[in-house]
Design a protein around this ligand. Structure first.
Ligand SMILES: Cc1cc2nc3c(=O)[nH]c(=O)nc-3n(C[C@H](O)[C@H](O)[C@H](O)COP(=O)(O)OP(=O)(O)OC[C@H]3O[C@@H](n4cnc5c(N)ncnc54)[C@H](O)[C@@H]3O)c2cc1C
Ligand SMILES: NC(=O)c1ccc[n+]([C@@H]2O[C@H](COP(=O)([O-])OP(=O)(O)OC[C@H]3O[C@@H](n4cnc5c(N)ncnc54)[C@H](O)[C@@H]3O)[C@@H](O)[C@H]2O)c1
Length: 483
């Protein structure tokens, strides 16, 4: 291995989104940068996460659209999906995006790529497959892996995870999914729409436990409409099955056990951090009890020259967070500046149909707290939704003092796009009046958020003092007009 510039200004461990963005940022700033990746550059998002899941959802969505077209008077007969072709589409989406993330692309951006497994040997050095490399600053961006919960027989059954589900070449007739979070709901809906009989098992009392309950209820209804057997409040107790073959999952809702037979079992109950085997003790890097690398607001670890970003830290596990944090940590590391993480407006989208998009302060009472002040525009009152026959959604804003927009939840087609302005509003501390005074194009789903904001202004106009003032002004004007 050649190591022309040791010690590196920045050595990045992990070539997923956090590592790639960090390495490119540091190189752009003029630093001498190396990135170590043990597998494929691109990480979870490109190979097994966002890209394949959204490509699969797109195919499944087309099938659902074709079936739903009859409600608008368009009759499409014989809708069939060919799983092998669908998976070809998934792979072609990956192939189209991959060139941005190849070793050659990184080299062209000024990053030295080292293929291998990195292990820290001290606070300023790593070993990559036995070769010592030293650094002034390093960034840990090693992501995570799917978690397998300690359910009897589960590990032995070798279930599918979000890592391996993409290797399927035939559609499972019966798919059991453990976990009703983002992955479980997205993939459960996609497989159901493509023709699997899906049973979704979630131990919490509702799907998407981190989202507004009204949003979760709409997703639940949509999944049931797609033919998914949704079992909320069910804990998996035992799995009976051999690797790669049919089996049974025994689930319990507290009142009794029930057997779910499957041809394939997908486990989607969260991820664990990829901090094991990295030699973090030797580097003086602390992890929390769950194994996440602890970082301060500048993304510095407990070791002065080592930083961390992405899924290996306790921050929300999203590609956009990994990228923004990778860039921030890299500039702090190589410039010595003190940029801090801004957690006030981190948007998230679950790409089910309808989509669930949310940002900022929750739009529902949570953690035992009081109901927040919210304003909701149901999509039955949004003209675009009516025109498209897609009224299963809403736009909801959480407001603080003087109408400041603190958060929002949008549910509906392309809700993630509608959320962009709410994210900006939260980050820039805008008020409902700011949003209400901004002309929105008609007819769009954005009308939902706009009209929620307008109703906040209308509520203010209806307050007794304002009402009294306005009535007085109108009366004066009337008197003046009569002169
Ligand atoms: C099914 C699924 C769908 C998702 N959909 C979305 C979505 O729609 N939107 C969204 O925002 N997020 C989504 N996510 C989450 C998103 O994929 C992750 O948050 C993001 O990819 C994390 O990036 P990262 O750089 O932190 O880690 P990773 O992408 O996991 O990269 C870590 C890299 O480090 C390498 N590595 C680990 N240890 C070592 C070592 N010792 N030496 C060298 N290299 C090492 C690994 O091989 C890997 O390439 C999804 C995730 C899944 C699983
Ligand atoms: N659209 C997106 O942005 C997107 C999509 C997919 C994944 N992701 C990221 O990937 C991460 C992992 O996704 P995930 O869906 O695996 O995790 P998650 O944390 O979103 O959901 C896991 C779900 O599994 C349930 N669960 C836990 N143990 C269980 C058990 N033993 N039996 C039944 N249910 C159980 C939990 O109550 C929870 O609802 C997410 O945190 C998210 O950040 C993002």
């Amino acid at each position: 291995m050649t190591a022309p510039h040791q010690p590196w200004d920045l050595l990045v461990v992990g070539g997923g989104t956090a590592g790639i963005v960090a390495a490119k940022t540091a190189a752009r700033l003029g630093a001498r940068v190396a990135l170590v990746e043990r597998d494929r550059i691109g990480g979870d998002c490109l190979w097994t996460g966002c890209v394949p899941s959204k490509a699969l959802l797109a195919a499944a969505g087309r099938a659902a659209e074709a079936r739903r077209a009859a409600t608008l008077g368009v009759h499409v007969s014989g809708v069939e999906s060919d799983f092998a072709e669908v998976m070809r589409h998934v792979r072609s989406a990956i192939a189209a995006i991959e060139p941005q993330d190849t070793p050659e692309a990184l080299t062209a951006a000024g990053v030295h790529v080292i293929q291998g497994d990195a292990v820290f040997t001290g606070p300023t050095s790593v070993d990559v497959d036995g070769h010592r490399t030293s650094f002034h600053q390093a960034l840990i961006a090693t992501g995570g892996q799917p978690a397998i919960p300690p359910v009897r027989g589960l590990a032995e059954a070798e279930p599918l995870t979000s890592d391996s589900v993409w290797d399927l070449d035939t559609l499972p007739r019966r798919l059991a999914v453990m976990g009703g979070g983002s992955i479980g709901c997205e993939l459960g809906q996609a497989f159901a729409r493509l023709g699997s009989h899906v049973t979704l098992v979630e131990m919490a009392p509702r799907l998407l436990p981190r989202e507004d309950p009204d949003a979760a209820a709409l997703v639940h209804a949509a999944l049931v409409h797609d033919g998914v057997d949704v079992l909320v409040g069910h804990q998996a107790v035992t799995a009976h099955g051999q690797p790669g073959s049919a089996g049974t999952l025994v689930v319990d809702d507290g009142a009794g056990e029930r057997k779910v037979s499957y041809d394939a079992l997908l486990v989607a109950v969260g991820r664990r951090p990829g901090s094991g085997g990295l030699g973090l003790d030797a580097a003086g890097v602390d992890v929390d009890p769950k194994g996440y690398v602890t970082v301060d607001a500048q993304l510095r670890t407990s070791s002065a020259r080592i930083w961390a970003a992405g899924d290996v830290t306790p921050h929300p596990q999203f590609t956009h967070v990994a990228g923004v944090h990778g860039s921030l940590a890299a500039s702090n590391a190589v410039l010595g500046v003190r940029r801090r993480v801004d957690a006030s407006a981190v948007p998230r989208v679950t790409f089910t149909d309808p989509e669930v998009a949310a940002v900022g302060t929750p739009t529902w009472a949570h953690d035992g707290g009081p109901d927040p002040r919210t304003l909701t525009r149901e999509h039955v009152d949004v003209d675009r939704a009516q025109a498209e026959g897609r009224t299963d959604g809403f736009s909801r804003l959480a407001l603080g003092a003087r109408g400041r927009i603190l958060g929002g939840t949008v549910v509906g087609p392309r809700a993630g796009e509608s959320l962009a302005e709410v994210t900006l509003a939260v980050r820039k501390r805008l008020t409902a009046t700011d949003l209400a005074g901004t002309t929105h194009p008609y007819p769009t789903y954005g009308d939902g958020v706009w009209n929620a904001a307008i109703s906040a202004v209308q509520d203010r106009l209806a307050a007794p003092t304002t009402r009294w003032l306005l009535t007085g002004l109108v009366a004066l004007r009337r008197a003046w007009s009569k002169r």
